[in-house]
Structures are given as structure tokens and as C-alpha cells.
Design a protein around this ligand. Sequence first.
Ligand SMILES: Cc1cc2nc3c(=O)[nH]c(=O)nc-3n(C[C@H](O)[C@H](O)[C@H](O)COP(=O)(O)OP(=O)(O)OC[C@H]3O[C@@H](n4cnc5c(N)ncnc54)[C@H](O)[C@@H]3O)c2cc1C
Length: 380
Amino acid sequence: MQFEPGAADQHIADLARAAARDHLTPRAARTDAGIFPRENIAALGQLGLLGIKIDPTFGGLDGSNLAYVLAIRELAGACASTTVTVAVTNMVADMIARFGTDEQKQRHLAKLVSGEYLAGSFALSEPSAGSDAASLQTRAERRGDDWVLNGNKLWITSGDVAGVTLVMAKTDANKGSRGITAFLTEPGMPGFSVGRHEDKLGLLGSSTVSLAFEDVVVPDSARLGALGQGFEVAMTALDGGRCGIGAQAIGMGYTALRETSRILTARAARDKALGTEQNALFRLADMALRLDAAWLLVQRAAWLRDQGKKMTKEAAMAKVAATEAANFACQTAMQLAGPDAFDAGSTIARVWRDVRVSRIYEGTSEIQRLVIARSLAAGL
Ligand SMILES: Cc1cc2nc3c(=O)[nH]c(=O)nc-3n(C[C@H](O)[C@H](O)[C@H](O)COP(=O)(O)OP(=O)(O)OC[C@H]3O[C@@H](n4cnc5c(N)ncnc54)[C@H](O)[C@@H]3O)c2cc1C
């Protein structure tokens, strides 16, 4: 196993680090005030960071999965709201590149990757189908050369701003997960509407909405992948997405660690007893230990995907380890830094709020544990 970044991976990580420093960090407080980060998206689009794994003919960086997690970690350390938007766009672009027809790639990829679309969105979850995604109720019925979509999606990141949405719908109610098909919908389609904007605890600069499809006519040319392949499309997206969520969490965890070190060092300069007591040092060390161990799992999962190997179990391990390590780090940071961190505008307060959802979305920690245990039982 070899996941030392090569020169090309490192170049992408360096691009992301510079973009985080020049664009995301200066706007992080404003984005956290609930302002969608359009300027960040435009800057990242110019750099190719909205299509990290996409072919350069469409403006992407042709990067590896390892490069992807390195870049996402850098971006999330500066602004998680921007990063979640960027990660879903990358995920949708990746699925179009993997499963799309030439026509679909020509229609969407350059616009997604450049930022012209602002974002892509991924619509799987529904009011009664989140953890149990295969029980989704949105249906697509064949009508001549078209499909007619009806149903509701909930908690959809960037669903109101996306130029293209990857929607999972039932095309055969009798076939369970094999009766699900993926479609690419666009905002102007009659019958498509955006509902409630979620009022969230964190990720305040990212937009999360419900979507309604009422007799939305979608041409068969907008079907992504084969009939009945939608669940496979969704799970392929989530295997990669879970590495990305792990990397996001680690980025935030390290920001919490760095901020805490900075605050304790400043405190030690004022009052040695307060800044250097063993309790604080041990807890800082624990933050670093857990983050580093989890980061290795994230890199392993990304590396396995680069080798074309099945990595569903490893992606689940990476996500649960990274998100729990990062939540521990942010929680510990809040305690060690004390009032400095409890200030609503502090960086620690922001990552403490933003990191919490990483244990919930793209499969909760409980669901990841089920995936791990079932993979073990199946001898994988
Ligand atoms: C900010 C945000 C952004 C999101 N963005 C998107 C998006 O872009 N696209 C999208 O499709 N979805 C998105 N989601 C939805 C997200 O993926 C789901 O909320 C998540 O998968 C959990 O599903 P649920 O909401 O139905 O919760 P539930 O499934 O109702 O889970 C509630 C609790 O029950 C537990 N639980 C459920 N089933 C089991 C089980 N079998 N065993 C043990 N415990 C169980 C869960 O672990 C959790 O603790 C987003 C959610 C949030 C909060």
C-alpha cells in the first residue's frame, strides 16, 4: 500500500491550499453569516477544483481520489460551507463522467467544472427515506420517449442553485433497489420547484433545501446509466463521497487543533501555569493522535478507489473514524480554549458547529457501522 502523494496529487493539494488561503479564509466569516459563497465558487472553478477528477477537456484536473481528499481537506480547513458545496459538485461531475453518455458529458461537465452552473446537486434523501435510501418513493413513469417524475426530496445540498441535479427515482416498484434509476434534471423544467430552505445549526453558507417534482417531464436522454442502475450510481457516488466527508472533517479537526495550540501558546505567554498544564498538553496530543489515525484511513480508502478496488467497507471506516475524531477534536478545542472559543464569531465555534453534521449526512455513523459489520460478515 503506497499513498504518499505523487507530484500531480501534491500540485492539486497545493492549488487547494492557496485557494483556501486567498479566497476561502478571508470570506469564511461572511459565508458563515449565511451568504452563499459565489466568489469562492467562481475562483475554484477557474482553478479546476470543481472537477478535480474530471478530464481537462472539460476544465478538470484529471486528479486521483487521493488528490481529491488532499484538496478537500485543505479547503474544509478554511471554510466547510464552501467545501460541502464544492464536494457535491465534484461528486455529480464524477458520476456524469463515469456513467454519462457523450451527449450528457458535453451538455453538463464544462458548465459544472467552470462554476457556470454554480453547483451540482445530488437528490437521494426523502422525507421517509434517508438511512434506508432504497425505500425512496419518488417515481419515474415512462411516457413515450420521456419519463414523468413525481415525488419529494429533502435536505438537498445546493438544490436551489444547482444547474443540474442527479435525482434517484423508482422506475419499477417491484424490484427494490434494482428498480431505481438515476436522472439528470435541470432547474427550468416545468413542475420542478424548490421548497423549504433548512435553517441549520452549521454549514450556514451552504444551501440545503427540499425539492418537489410534480409531473416533471424528463427526456430519456437525461437518464444517467442504465434502467435500474440508479442505486449503483448512488452507492458509487457515496463510496467516493464518504472519503470526501472524512477529508472535510479532518480539515476542520486540524483547524480546531491549530487554533487551540495558538490560544494556549498565547495564554502561556501571559500565564505559564494556564497554557502549559499537563491536562491541556495531553488532550492536544489526543486530538492529533485521533486525527492522524483517521486521516490514514481516509487516504487508504481513496488509494483503494484509485486502484479500482472495491472499498465500500474502507470508505465507511474512513468516514466514521474521521468524523468522530474531528468531532472529538472540535469538542475538546471548545473546552480547552474556553471563552475564547465560545465567542460566536470564533473559528473554533464555527468548526464546532460545522463539523457536527459530518456524523449524520452521507450515511450516519450508525449506518457506517452497519456497512462495516455486514462487509465483515460477507468476508470482504
Ligand atoms: C446539512 C445536510 C445536508 C444534506 N445533503 C444531502 C444531499 O445533498 N443529498 C441527499 O440526498 N441527502 C442529503 N442529506 C440527507 C442525509 O444524508 C440524511 O439526513 C442522512 O442520511 C440520515 O437520514 P435521515 O435523515 O432519514 O435519518 P434517519 O434515517 O431517520 O436516522 C435517524 C437516526 O436513526 C438512526 N438509524 C436509522 N436507521 C438505522 C439502523 N438501521 N440502525 C441503526 N440506527 C439507525 C440514524 O443513525 C440516526 O441516528 C443532508 C442532510 C443534512 C443534515
